[in-house]
Write a protein that binds this ligand. Structure first.
Ligand SMILES: Nc1ncnc2c1ncn2[C@@H]1O[C@H](COP(=O)(O)OP(=O)(O)O)[C@@H](O)[C@H]1O
Ligand SMILES: N[C@@H](CC(=O)OP(=O)(O)O)C(=O)O
Length: 458
């Protein structure tokens, strides 16, 4: 049995939905279909989820919502009309549903926002179940609740409660129907809607693949493979045939937005392989994400990613390494302000802590600076803003002694000297902090190095 997820780009309009229907028809093992909300149809278009966020903000501000509602419902009406379903009636039904949602009670505005963001998937799953039936494929809409998924945590950063897997294991899949499940959200124990992180339909797919013991999790998107570098930075990058789970985890955390970084975890726990494939080219093999792969000793760099929007805190204090309580005191300040760190390379007398800039808003930055100064009296405390983290990933990185030297030499040829360099004992990645303005040049230089490595191996 396969769990199949279609991303927003694969369901953006009628013709794209028609391709998804044919993909489901082509393989009877495709029994569970997880859908995202309609995504962008062309550059500059809006994703339905973003429009729903604007709608929620307008409701909270007491503004007129007619135009936004019209845009959102119009997206579903046009998909329905493409299949000669009653688009007007479906849109009216969704309008009533959104009105009921608006009139419901929420613990606070974050819950209202989450509830509205989730409706892109809620409406799309209803519509696509109707489309499948109309196209002769028996299908049924199923809510995450019916499957036993229960979440907890912040309403827009929900986490699945582990006992959901017991309920999923007891769910009996119908033999003759495709289940259409909305991605991205579930309900908490109080019955409130909560969403996963953005891009979270990938997470729903992975949870269901693990919980329902799928043989394969197929993730359909708009590219024919995961490439060795972001195709928006490198023209026609090399496709990756196989990635290991931990390579994918490193790359998705570091900027490969093609697969949500949290979504790999349930697949690892359930030992389910993931096949990323193209809705526009479903016969292409795509990229397989598997527990292990054979390391080609000539082709050691698997992928290169970069993500902007980081800030680092540099702390220098003599004997930092001797005083066991100093690191703890620093981490306690982070915990107090609910700030998690991404990396923390350390020296004998200093510590650098890398954060996502989004978490360190100015008020938090000022408060943390004050409290860390009071706690450890550093000799130097300095923030390094506008950082991009460039990450070179490969299971083979540990296999050749000169590779790290080559990577840094290659960056030097384009006059980039990273302000931070970090490599853990797993030696599967090398992370370098550079100024945001240098990120694209770093990727280009490192991709050229990896391509040379790859070509030499052919
Ligand atoms: N290394 C990479 N390989 C493939 N695609 C990538 C990579 N890095 C970033 N992307 C981007 O990820 C996009 C697909 O992800 P996304 O837009 O979230 O798809 P979906 O709508 O299917 O969820 C691609 O169109 C591409 O621009
Ligand atoms: N629609 C949600 C969830 C999602 O996974 O979307 P997509 O498959 O288009 O990345 C979002 O935009 O975040």
């Amino acid at each position: 049995m396969k769990v199949v997820k279609f991303g927003g780009s694969s369901l953006a309009n009628g013709p794209q939905v028609a391709k998804a229907v044919e993909i489901m028809r082509a393989d009877p093992r495709r029994r569970v279909m997880v859908v995202s909300a309609p995504g962008k149809r062309f550059g500059g278009d809006a994703k339905v989820t973003d429009l729903l966020g604007e709608l929620a903000a307008a409701i909270l501000a007491g503004l007129d919502t007619a135009s936004l509602l019209g845009q959102i419902l119009g997206r579903y009406r046009s998909i329905a009309d493409y299949f000669d379903l009653a688009g007007e009636t479906i849109a009216d039904h969704f309008r009533t549903h959104l009105r009921t949602l608006q009139e419901s009670d929420y613990p606070n505005s974050e819950y209202l926002l989450a509830a509205f963001l989730a409706q892109g998937e809620w409406m799309n799953a209803h519509l696509i179940a109707a489309v499948l039936q109309h196209e002769g494929l028996p299908a049924r809409w199923v809510s995450p609740q019916d499957l036993g998924m229960v979440v907890a945590g912040p309403p827009r950063l929900a986490q699945l409660l582990p006992d959901s897997y017991d309920r999923l294991a007891n769910f009996s899949l119908p033999a003759d129907e495709i289940l259409v499940v909305p991605g991205f959200f579930a309900y908490d124990a109080q019955g409130h809607i909560a969403t996963f992180a953005r891009g979270g339909s990938d997470i729903t797919g992975s949870i269901l693949a693990r919980g329902l013991h799928a043989d394969l999790y197929e993730n359909f998107t708009d590219v024919s493979a995961i490439y060795a570098a972001d195709p928006q930075i490198i023209a026609h990058p090399r496709a990756i045939n196989t990635l290991t789970y931990r390579e994918m985890r490193e790359l998705s955390c570091a900027g490969f937005s093609v697969f949500n970084d949290e979504a790999i975890v349930p697949a690892i726990q359930g030992d389910v392989r993931i096949n990323v494939k193209n809705t526009n080219d479903p016969e292409a093999p795509g990229t397989l994400i598997a527990p292990t792969k054979e390391v080609n000793h000539h082709h050691l760099i698997t992928g290169i990613a970069a993500s902007n929007g980081h800030i680092a805190l540099y702390i220098h204090r003599y004997l930092l390494n001797r005083e066991v309580r100093f690191p703890l005191q620093i981490l306690q300040v982070l915990a107090k302000y609910h700030v998690s760190y991404e990396q923390m390379p350390a020296g004998v007398d200093d510590l650098t802590i890398i954060f996502s800039q989004k978490q360190v808003i100015p008020a938090v930055q000022t408060a943390m600076t004050r409290e860390i100064r009071a706690a450890v009296q550093p000799d130097v405390l300095r923030w390094i803003p506008n950082l991009a983290m460039v990450v070179v990933v490969g299971e083979g990185l540990a296999h050749r002694t000169d590779l790290v030297a080559q990577i840094l030499t290659q960056l030097a040829t384009v006059e980039i000297a990273p302000v931070i360099i970090s490599q853990g004992a797993a030696r599967i990645n090398l992370t370098m902090g550079v100024d945001t303005t240098q990120a694209a040049a770093a990727i280009q230089a490192l991709y050229a190095l990896s391509a040379e490595d790859y070509n030499n191996a052919q």
